[in-house]
Design a protein around this ligand. Structure first.
Ligand code: SF4
Length: 387
């Protein structure tokens, strides 16, 4: 199992020696972690590719990324998209969730962080500032947003930037409980801290290295008390019959969340069923031979090349989750991630025409929470237009 204590070595691109991220690392990383400053990060990447491992979670490379930091969420062919943007500040993850798509996606096993955050912020500025639109920008696409936080203090830099941004909200998405760096920041309501959650029996079985559900919720309560908005992702929703079974497992999970968390702080909840490509199935079965994920709950191949549970199974699961969430608070905002128009119709009696419908719902919820928290309206606060 990999935790922050497993990290042995950090390679640092010499070109970034004076960057805020590297200064943070030098201040925070314990002495036992070896630091090696390198002139040619490409040579380090090549060395790990040649090593042939699928994943390498003990070493980390911080380097100057020359490419695009900001992109639209990749979504999936034929699926309804929620118009989400992602910034990538690194690739690869400390944790080792059995279902993680990175196992079949990465072309380099080494965990990397992009230390040139000034370029990242410049790209976000260029794309978003001056637009009459509230952007939601997430960071948990190719890594966990807070897994390495005790070493990097990266959240302090991101939250500060978004606190000053007039029309963009940051989502930090994690399965850790590394929130201490967030608590004293002047976030101005512009960061949503989100947890991906599953019933504890699944956390234990398929999410090695991550914080337990209790620890995630205790962390969520701390950030709620620090005035942050929260989000939860019941994704991937996993079908299982053993023990108490998926329905009781997820219902009791929702009860546990709202025994701890005030629904009025929850900006959104998403859910999406477990999905996998043929390559991911191969990687899961090779790395976790005992795993039941790709063997339980019959699945079907979708137009986007991903297998999902049969429609009737997904429908039952989504309806059941929706009803349970509505029983807690009908004003909570739930949406489906990477699902078909047909599934939206079946579960919600409503199909978003385009991302703009969903943008309006996100904006409505944001304004509702602003009202509850007494936050003054944002300048240019308007949804679904002007992009
Ligand atoms: S936390 Fe996310 S990125 Fe990390 S291993 Fe799990 S699914 Fe993958």
């Amino acid at each position: 199992m990999n935790t922050i204590e497993s990290i042995q070595k950090i390679y640092i691109d010499r070109a970034l020696a004076d960057s805020p991220m590297v200064r943070n690392i030098e201040e925070r990383a314990p002495d036992r972690i070896v630091r090696e400053y390198v002139n040619d990060p490409r040579e380090i990447l090549d060395r790990y590719v040649k090593g042939g491992d699928l994943v390498e979670k003990e070493d980390l490379l911080v380097y100057k990324f020359p490419g695009k930091f900001l992109s639209t969420c990749p979504g999936s062919d034929g699926m309804v998209c929620c118009q989400y943007f992602v910034i990538n500040f690194g690739l690869g993850c400390l944790f080792d969730c059995h279902y993680c798509y990175l196992q079949s996606f990465l072309n380099n096993p080494l965990m990397t962080l992009y230390g040139n955050l000034d370029d990242l912020f410049a790209q976000v500025d260029a794309h978003t500032r001056g637009k009459n639109f509230q952007f939601r920008i997430g960071t948990g696409e190719y890594t966990d947003s807070l897994a390495l936080e005790p070493l990097t203090g990266l959240s302090t830099l991101l939250v500060d930037y978004f606190a000053q941004h007039p029309n963009a909200t940051l989502e930090l998405k994690t399965k850790s409980d590394n929130v201490d760096n967030l608590l004293e920041l002047d976030h101005r309501g512009k960061t949503v801290v989100a947890w991906s959650i599953n019933p504890p029996e699944l956390v234990e079985a398929v999410e090695p290295g991550t914080a337990s559900l209790e620890r995630r919720l205790a962390a969520a309560k701390k950030v709620q008390e620090a005035g942050y908005r929260l989000a939860f992702h019941l994704d991937p929703l996993i079908y299982y019959e053993s023990g108490r079974g998926w329905e009781r497992g997820y219902h009791e999970l929702i009860e546990q969340v709202f025994d701890t968390i005030d629904p009025n702080h929850v900006a959104w909840i998403s859910t999406g069923s477990f999905r996998f490509t043929a390559d991911l199935k191969e990687a899961i079965q090779a790395r976790f031979p005992e795993d039941r994920l790709t063997r339980e709950g019959e699945s079907i191949l979708g137009a986007d090349g991903k297998h999902r549970y049969f429609k009737t199974i997904r429908q039952d699961m989504f309806r059941s989750i929706k009803q349970k969430i509505e029983s807690v608070d009908p004003k909570l905002f739930l949406y489906l991630c990477m699902e078909t128009r047909r599934m939206w119709e079946d579960v919600f009696d409503f199909v978003p025409d385009s991302g703009k419908n969903l943008d309006a719902l996100f904006e409505e919820r944001r304004q509702f929470i602003d009202g509850v928290l007494g936050v003054p309206p944002l300048a240019g606060s308007k949804s679904g237009a002007g992009r």
